[in-house]
Design a protein around this ligand. Sequence first.
Ligand code: PLP
Length: 411
Amino acid sequence: MNYPQLVELDERDPLASKRQEFSLPHDTIYLDGNSLGALPYAVAARVQGVLNQQWGKDLIKSWNKHQWIDLPSQIGEQIAGLIGAAPGQVICCDSTSINLFKVLSSALSMQSHRKIVLSQNSNFPTDLYMVEGLVTFLGEQHVELQLVDEQQIEQALNEDIAVLMLTQVNFRSGKLLDMQKITRLAHAKGILVVWDLAHSAGALPIELDACEVDFAVGCGYKYLNGGPGAPAFLYVAQRHHAEVQQPLTGWMGHSNPFKFEAGYQPAKGVAQYLTGTPAILSMCALDAALAVFADVDMHQVRTKSIALSELFIELLERQPGLSELTLISPRDASCRGSQLAFTHPHAHAICQALIDRGVIADFRAPNVLRFGFTPLYLRYVDIGRTIEILDELVGGEIYRQAQYKLKQKVT
Ligand SMILES: *Cc1c(COP(=O)(O)O)cnc(C)c1O
């Protein structure tokens, strides 16, 4: 590896100083920020403060004194700034799966004469499972799930389809869909569009308003670094606010929860998508994590993400011993999210061996080795070192050792 050249790239990197805002073990190269973002120091300090002072001393007064009650909308507004949404359309709550249930229900009830939810067959399973759940819950006469290959989405749009539900960046391949074009084509057929931003929010610039997206959901613990099981978010376009309703009508989505009235009255706008009491500790963690993005230009993040992944491919292709790793991500960086995926018959063992050497990648069944690039805390030298280690492990077939065969519960 030509280290001086990589060191120079790091020295010229406008995002280089961001790495100091994260707590990262010195002996680890972390290429899995697309699954669980790293811990920002500010999160640790914030959560400690919330425990000691807010919960510990101010107790229940904190709902007002420390504005706990406003966290879902206040965090929603911070996320809105990262995904091209004007104020008042994003709220932070629940998990991505539950938020999908809410927005899918809203979208379906706006399409009274249509019942098909169209999605990509390679979508993240929970997205499809949630539609299956809706089919069971509402009945086959009201909802039907239809799946197509990612390449066939545009041709499959027709006037029988109620909702197009797509994940912008494919969790396995990293393929990035054209949000603007697909949304426009769907609208031309009267279809409402739900985008899942789990692998794109915080990784690349997104323009929900400009693309005229109807609904979106996304994840707080991946590129947004909110911590394990961080609350998710959802977006509902302003133009739908007067019309939408959602079925999980808990008291926090009521127009006046502390009146304790008989009968549900939805809050105005996106606030009606709240259900129960927000998980304050997790909300505070995500709030502090988002502060890391306050001075970050998402175009710079994208530029570095592409540079890191292109460097990865370039260095990998120079190693004859790595030719058995087959790139399944688009070779054109403009069609990729912030990850690279390779297939290999021994992908799982290679991943275990990498982790053993301090390079944390991940494995996705059946045979995919996935590397996530998080420009806020990854360096160019990390890419060089990763390829070196990968070459040792694969070229030397070290991954064949017995200890790398064990499969754990979470991969
Ligand atoms: C990570 C991910 C999720 C996660 O859903 P949770 O309910 O938050 O566990 C959902 N959809 C996609 C596309 C994902 O990548």
